[in-house]
Design a protein around this ligand. Sequence first.
Ligand SMILES: [Mg+2]
Ligand SMILES: [Zn+2]
Length: 217
Amino acid sequence: MKQPLLIACDFDGTVTKQDTLVEILDRYGSASWRSVQDQVVAGTLSIREGLRQEMSSVRADLHQLKNLLSERVALDAGFPPFFSRMRNSGIPVVLLSGGFDLCVETVMQRHGLWPVPYLANRLVRDNGSWRVEYPHPSAACDNCGHCKADAVKAWKEQGYFTVFVGNGVTDRCAAEVAGLTFAKDELAAWCATQKIPAVAYATFHDIEADLNRRGWL
Ligand SMILES: [Mg+2]
Ligand SMILES: [Zn+2]
């Protein structure tokens, strides 16, 4: 019998075209947020600490954040048909976000794809500012706030062949352990320098076609 397939997808810039954190910080964050992010990408500041610093500078209420996300964030046009094909085939699709629960829920609701299974960090409003909580701490990794490798490893132990799709710095740990990784943008560049095998893609149409060719669908 063929091994069951499980698809784990990064959210920001992967399922979505825009990165929700970039949208929030560009509109409501401190002007210095890009230098914080540069340190995270360079590895001189942890993802966890970078996210905390970035979000603590955001001056917007819940209503403003939800409006911004609804206005600004579109999906990869290939994702909705991919998601419904997987769902109809009984193949689980889980979103692994290095961002926030609020962003995943708001965007997916807005695009009529709710509920979906996901794991993300939690954004909490606290005395007029935003605090990040990490409900999925990792024993193995103290860089990521939410280390996506933990979930991927657990699914592998359950017998799944894991496909991981990502684009950014929070996807590095998962790309190292997934059965098959699809990468674009910063993640693709990083996989190339680290010699981690990854298939280049532009949209979920490419992923669907590739999985077809491999005989998984
Ligand atoms: Mg991303
Ligand atoms: Zn990690």
